[in-house]
Write a protein that binds this ligand. Structure first.
Ligand SMILES: Nc1ncnc2c1ncn2[C@@H]1O[C@H](COP(=O)(O)OP(=O)(O)OP(=O)(O)O)[C@@H](O)[C@H]1O
Ligand SMILES: [Mg+2]
Length: 266
């Protein structure tokens, strides 16, 4: 693997123009993600996290001389489309497709015939806790189950890098902590590189090998902290002095940045 890791962002800026005003969403974002890492990204609302994902997924282009390198290669606009698995902030399941056909969609988009795609997707149902729900429609599932279908679809799109934008954002605390442990098990088995956006500091530390904290808009990397807690991790780890020490430090930064966001818009 080159020195640039699996993914490298260099001097990434993004400005939006609408209604005669300019919004600088991101400024000077720089970081490198190593293959196999689980990296969590946290920062105040509106600081540019989803914008950053759109850039990494190839849907948006960085401004100026900013660049994105994937496997050491500089990427031009749209080059990255299809090279990463991306779960956007909304689960985007199609209401008229069954759960199985929603999950199989990633494979069909790749050109796999529908029957083979269904078979491959069906094999993952037990692991994702969805066995027996193949023929249901999204509206017949709970929020947590819908999130798992969307995650399954993202995993089925077999790319080394997975981008997950607040996948558990809409869940209650109990379901959320179960999903976190479950995701770590899946990740340990499938060994993919994950970049995971969250608003929850416990979630960021519990899941991550590294937590990147973004500043208030215009978003940039405010702090990049290694999390050396041993794996596999259980919920107990959140009570250890080591965890609480990292949390105390990160919380101070996240709160400072969030205050800037709200005082700026007041
Ligand atoms: N297509 C767009 N056109 C204009 N402005 C945009 C566009 N997309 C995002 N923005 C602006 O860029 C800024 C960052 O938005 P973004 O969605 O990346 O934030 P975020 O960090 O993901 O927030 P949240 O935590 O609330 O999801 C916001 O001010 C938003 O209004
Ligand atoms: Mg967002």
């Amino acid at each position: 693997m080159p020195a640039e890791g699996l993914l490298a962002l260099r001097n990434v800026w993004k400005r939006f123009h609408s209604g005669g005003t300019e919004t600088v969403a991101l400024h000077d974002v720089d970081f490198v993600i190593e293959p196999g890492q689980f990296v969590t990204l946290i920062g105040p609302s509106g600081c540019g996290k989803s914008t950053l994902f759109n850039i990494i997924a190839g849907l948006e282009e960085p401004d100026g001389d900013g660049s994105v390198l994937f496997q050491g290669q500089p990427q031009r606009h749209r080059d990255l489309l299809g090279k990463v698995s991306f779960m956007p902030q909304k689960d985007l399941l199609f209401p008229w497709r069954t759960v199985l056909d929603n999950a199989a969609l990633a494979l069909e988009i790749e050109g796999m015939p529908r029957k083979a795609a269904r078979q491959k997707a069906a094999a993952l149902f037990p692991e994702f806790g969805l066995q027996g729900f193949e023929k249901h429609y999204p509206r017949q599932l709970s929020g947590g189950m819908r999130q798992r279908v969307a995650l399954m679809r993202t995993f089925l799109f077999e790319r080394e890098l997975l981008l997950l934008d607040e996948p558990f954002g809409a869940l209650d605390a109990l379901t959320r902590s179960m999903m976190q442990r479950w995701l770590l098990e899946i990740w340990a088995r499938h060994r993919r590189t994950v970049l995971f956006i969250t608003h929850d500091i416990d979630e960021a530390i519990f899941l991550g090998d590294r937590v990147i904290v973004m500043s208030a808009r215009p978003g940039t990397v405010r702090c990049d902290e290694r999390v050396d807690l041993p794996r596999p991790r259980s919920g107990e780890v959140m009570l250890t002095p080591q965890f609480l020490d990292v949390k105390r430090r990160l919380l101070a930064i996240v709160e400072e940045e969030s205050r800037k966001t709200f005082s700026a818009s007041a």
